[in-house]
Design a protein. Sequence first.
Length: 258
Amino acid sequence: MTPEVLQSRAEGRHHGLGVPFAGGGVLTFYRRDACLPSHAHDETHVWVLLDGLARYRTPDQEHGLRPGAVVVVQAGHPHANRFGERGATCLNLPAPPSLDGPGGPVARLSGGLHADLIGLALDAAAGAALDRLDSETLVAEALACAGREPFRAGTIERVVEALEDNPCRPWTLGELGVLVDRHPTHLARAFRKATGLSIGAYRRRRRLLSVCRSLRQDRDSLADIALAHGYSDQAHMTREVARALGSPPGAWRRARRC
């Protein structure tokens, strides 16, 4: 579905702007005081309130939601939404088959995950290229908030070893899940609980360290360094290096060599 179609549907049905998001989801910006009358969806999905206030009403109950709320919206389950005077930013994600319980608020995002999702949402809204593993990891963690299934010990160590052994490989969350024989959503949640970081953030820090070494030691062009480290292009690497180090890679390289 094209951004134009998403935007048209969002403006007609949701009083806002829809933006494609990682993991098959849609990021929607609702206008102030927007109100969605009672409606139902064909497929179950997870609805995350990133910013603003909202009311979520079903035939038998009503909830006041604050930023960080996670709602499982069941297929065919009628509900209505009303948003606050500042509007709201929401993330709609396709739900895994395991989320077949009753609809309604089921969890809240942790502070770290909430902040990371907001940052990713800003990048998506700006049209920036998103890191695939980072996006998949954060989406999986948001979905895992609704599942909260137990996790076996020892898995995190194997994932860390894989990321350390090959930090420049363009890992996907699915590949890491297969590596340790665990569902991606379970893996994403357990990794943050054990390390305090998402898998994507951990890999990104590890990759940045490798990039810094290349910038100091190698004579390769910035484009070649970006390609060798699994970035989508040089601009992607430049944004990430500048955000982490305070200056773009070319300037950082010249300063360190001087």
